[in-house]
Ligand binder design. Sequence first.
Ligand code: NAD
Length: 354
Amino acid sequence: MLNFALVGCGRIAKRHSELLGNNQIAKARLAAVCDAAPGKAEAIGRQFDVPYYSDMHDMMRREKVDVAVVLTESGMHAEHVIALSKHRKHLMVEKPMALTLSDADRMIAACDTAGIKLFVVKQNRFNVPVVKLRQALEAGRFGKLVMGTVRVRWCRTQAYYDQDSWRGTWALDGGVLTNQASHHIDMLEWMMGDVESVFAISRTALVNVETEDTAVVALRFVNGALGVIEATTAARPKDLEGSISVLGEGGTVVIGGFAVNEMLTWSFARPEAGDDEVLSKYSVNPPNVYGFGHQAYYEHVVSAIMNNGQQLVDGLAGRKSLELISAIYESIETGKEVSLRFRPSRCRLGHRHG
Ligand SMILES: NC(=O)c1ccc[n+]([C@@H]2O[C@H](COP(=O)([O-])OP(=O)(O)OC[C@H]3O[C@@H](n4cnc5c(N)ncnc54)[C@H](O)[C@@H]3O)[C@@H](O)[C@H]2O)c1
């Protein structure tokens, strides 16, 4: 049995605490929770009858913890992961792992020095239709890849951004590309392969925040395929779509729904047994935009720790996704196509004073 402790008891902690506290993950339990803000840890602690703290180091010293889960504001992940690594317990951190590449490097180095595993939560990779798409890709069914597209059309009003001062800031959050679409950007690169260059434009369309709420990105992949990212939190009046399409010479797959949760097209030039059932069998409707993936992600973490198995999204994979997002911002700021690898110079993500 692995003991998990939560650091940060805000919105996403609800999902983590319900999974762990209601014993929905085999061989995992909720051991303790902490939050620096008064009352938040207490509420979750009382709900699941576990000890609660206001100081993470206090919690780590006093409780038997195997994995600490960092659920704090994105711009604080680096500071918290590096501080927690001193306790030499495995760490899980919510996406995005950090907001600057230098922070991501420091986190990876700290965890390596401490001899612990670092997991970055990218739960959408475990969505049932996404796993099915990945299998088709690995089986070579697409042949030469032609184009990959992800689309995020979600609704986040001013009230969403106003609920916490960190939301929509360069220093602690980033815009739709970093926060909401980071899953889809990660998924696009995971499916299509390494990115050669990006060209992007963005705007802040419907809310008053520092960062973008709307962006369009054109990508060239190393393998020659092209890609498109369309991301907005300015869809009104409600969440509309979270989707990915992969087109290759051998066929096309489109996964849609509002959280990449519904297989819409499964079409291959050379059909295989079972293809007819894919649309009906590989769609699930999650209760919210976070999807079902957190449960599968926790199961993956437990198995990777207990069997010392391969991690699907470790620090390096998390960094890779952040590098792509940073390149996109670099293009937005410079108005030029940006080739990877590159050194961010104009990208504002993770920096104070815009
Ligand atoms: N995987 C997903 O789909 C998903 C969904 C939502 C949020 N997230 C990520 O989760 C993170 C948190 O988002 P949220 O919406 O829950 O934010 P939130 O503001 O609701 O919660 C963050 C909490 O961290 C606490 N905190 C800050 N510093 C602390 C410290 N030193 N010790 C203990 N607690 C501390 C804050 O008091 C706050 O309660 C973000 O990085 C976000 O991107 C991921």
